[in-house]
Design a protein around this ligand. Structure first.
Ligand code: PMP
Length: 289
């Protein structure tokens, strides 16, 4: 079966789905996106993703060119036409196409693209065995809380990780303190030697992860204390456990940072407990949509 992609109201064969050459997403990264997990043909936590999408659009003075309900129906239709059971839906809204000009044109209509891709849920092998990550300087712009398609620094960081045989790059704020902000495509967590689960606080410096926020709720309502406070590279390397979270991989244990073994070099009990809480939630919640 060929892949079907939605572009501005049309469901097209993937190899015939194109943007205009002057779409502002290609010339200025002038657009935003969301990635939503699909389990058993249903979306995981869609309302949280739509809320963040509206926020990203609002921050860039863009509009969602349809209601959230219609958007949801379109995404469901892409899932149906692709017979997607398990995988990811990618949604991109760019400001639209217009003759190239930095100044934002007045009469411009947003471009909406929705694609669907099959993949293994729950992070695959890395989620079971744990992964290695590297740290690298965070060289992004000052508004990574907006989920814009401007991802070149993230791409370079992740590629640096891949070249060093690592799964992810954790981004470090420059300065003496060496604070870990988040990953190139994930949020970052440690479990301290005293058992505190710690993740960077929300704010303009990082993306407010849908998985992160759901895990904070799940952990707290299951008696696991979570602290939202900055932690350093040294604290991460000497933590008893570390892990990362994202829509595409759920909860992935980190067992090595820059070549330093974390804890005993195996997936830790707190991480495994949180992973189970989230996996169970994802299975449960996708039945409700
Ligand atoms: N931070 C960044 C930079 C990301 O790209 C992602 C993945 N979208 C995340 C965090 C995790 O966010 P979410 O749990 O919403 O996928």
């Amino acid at each position: 079966m060929s892949q079907i992609t939605y572009v501005n109201g049309k469901y097209l064969p993937h190899n015939k789905a194109f943007l205009h050459v002057e779409d502002r997403s290609t010339q200025f990264s002038d657009g935003v996106y969301e990635v939503i997990a699909v389990i058993s043909g249903n979306l995981v936590d869609p309302q949280m993703h739509y809320r963040r999408l509206i926020r990203s659009l609002t921050e860039l003075e863009m509009n969602l060119p349809m209601s959230v309900n219609v958007l949801h129906l379109n995404i469901k239709e892409v899932i149906r036409r692709n017979q997607l059971n398990s995988g990811l839906c990618y949604l991109q809204i760019s400001r639209g196409s217009a003759p190239r000009n930095h100044v934002i044109p007045n009469l411009i209509k947003e471009t909406v693209v929705i694609t669907a891709r099959h993949s293994e849920p729950n992070g695959g092998k890395g989620a079971k065995q744990g992964v290695s990550i590297i740290t690298t300087e965070d060289i992004r712009w000052k508004r990574p809380d907006i989920k814009s398609v401007s991802l070149l620094p993230n791409v370079l960081a992740k590629n640096q990780a891949a070249q060093r045989g690592a799964f992810e790059a954790w981004l470090v704020e420059s300065g003496e303190e060496e604070i870990i902000i988040e990953g190139s495509s994930s949020n970052t967590w440690i479990v301290s030697q005293s058992g505190q689960v710690i993740t960077h606080p929300e704010g303009v410096k990082m993306l407010s992860g849908v998985t992160r926020n759901r895990i904070i709720d799940l952990a707290r309502s299951n008696g696991i204390e979570v602290l939202e406070k900055p932690f350093t590279v040294t604290q991460a390397k000497t933590a008893s456990e570390a892990f990362m979270t994202s829509t595409s991989s759920f909860v992935v244990p980190v067992i090595d940072i820059d070549g330093h073994k974390i804890g005993n070099g195996k997936c830790g009990p707190v991480t495994i407990a949180i992973q189970k809480l989230y996996n169970d939630f994802a299975q449960r919640s996708c039945g409700e949509v």
